[in-house]
Design a protein around this ligand. Structure first.
Ligand code: OVM
Length: 359
């Protein structure tokens, strides 16, 4: 399904289009999952509601506000440094560097080995696709990272003040078992890094391709939330597709979908469906883009979206007073991934706002 209305309807009807049989191409009722299934992403109610409820009490705006000043200071320093450098690769030095500078601390991960999160996430997102060469290659490449992540999720390796330990606190209260807590922490590490890494890279790419929209953002007194939503809609954000599995046979105008079918939901296509969006191919930060399915829709809608918003907000607040233009200095390279819309490189140059006009 690639039309907005169909994708949204399938996401809404989570009893017919289930997640418990996997949200990649593999049907967990026929194939062994490549790892123990996620207790959030790859579950259905009632289990999903219990785990999601527990996580919703940890992932809060209040908790994020508490770290916002620190994130802003990190973003400011990073952007200052990149301005001095001139040319740089925005994928590695901003898109990857910034999330890695803030997210692992939010979870309370051990300091050693955090760079393993990158190959780990590539392995996870490739595994939602077919068992092709890319799948096999990235599983091999992520072997060491998977061992690191498994250890990082354990209670004894988490710092006392992060979201990871709060999951264990929920286990102590009886909201979940110790094993469930461990796997829920794994969800933070699976879903929280490569999504924002690629989202930020794609967003910077969007502004490099549309200098007029960057100018327009400059002219706004406050960061318009609409700009973020339009970024998510237009850039195809990170996740291009997720699957569901039909729990019964479904009649559609195009024919019958038998029970047990894997249904690919093309989130990125839905976000550019001309039946739903006017001039869908136009990147327009003034558009009313809320309602996009870049974060999904319904009960599984992105748990970490506030984290992603705050990361992007900090970066844009760091860039707007300092960067007058983002210029491509070479041809960006795509990063191949079975699920993510990914960039491998984004060679850019930041043009500095002239000192006398800096706020
Ligand atoms: C999880 C998980 C993994 C990848 C993506 C995701 C976008 C969740 O382990 O729960 O959500």
């Amino acid at each position: 399904m690639a039309r907005y209305s169909e994708v949204q309807a399938a996401l809404r009807d989570n009893q017919t289009y289930v997640s418990g049989r996997g949200v990649g191409l593999a049907d967990f009722s026929r194939e062994t999952p490549f790892r123990p299934p996620s207790l959030l992403l790859e579950t259905d109610p009632p289990l999903h509601d219990r785990t999601r409820g527990l996580m919703n009490r940890i992932v809060t705006l209040g908790a994020l506000r508490a770290v916002a000043p620190r994130w802003q200071a990190i973003a400011d320093a990073m952007v200052e440094q990149l301005l001095d450098r001139g040319r740089f690769d925005a994928v590695s030095e901003l898109g990857t560097a910034f999330p890695l500078a803030v997210f692992p601390d939010l979870i309370g991960l051990q300091d050693e080995g955090r760079e393993q999160l990158i190959p780990y996430a590539a392995g996870v997102f490739n595994a939602f696709g077919p068992r092709n060469a890319l799948f096999e290659r990235s599983q091999i490449a992520a072997r060491e990272a998977s061992v690191w992540v498994a250890a990082a999720c354990k209670r004894e390796n988490l710092k006392p003040d992060g979201w990871g330990m709060q999951v264990y606190a929920a286990a102590d209260r009886g909201d979940c078992s110790e094993e469930e807590a461990e796997r829920l922490v794994r969800s933070f590490l699976s879903a929280g890094v490569d999504t924002t890494v690629n989202g930020i890279g794609n967003l910077l790419h969007a502004f490099a391709l549309h200098p007029d929209q960057w100018q327009r953002l400059h002219a706004q007194p406050n960061l318009p939330p609409r700009a973020f939503e339009e970024g998510l809609r237009w850039i195809r954000l990170a996740v291009q597709t997720f699957f569901r599995t039909t729990s019964r046979s479904v009649e559609t105008p195009e024919g019958t979908i038998p029970e047990g079918s894997k249904v690919a939901l093309f989130l990125a296509a839905a976000n550019r469906d001309p039946r739903r969006w006017e001039n869908p191919e136009r990147f327009d930060i003034g558009r009313r883009a809320s309602g996009h399915v870049g974060f999904g829709f319904g009960i599984h809608q992105c748990l970490g979206q506030m984290v992603a918003r705050q990361e992007v907000e900090c970066l844009l607040r760091a860039m707007l007073p300092r960067v007058s233009a983002i210029r491509l200095t070479g041809t960006p390279e795509r990063g191949l991934n079975n699920t993510l819309h990914s960039l491998a490189t984004l060679p850019v140059e930041f043009e500095a706002v002239k000192a006398e006009v800096r706020q």
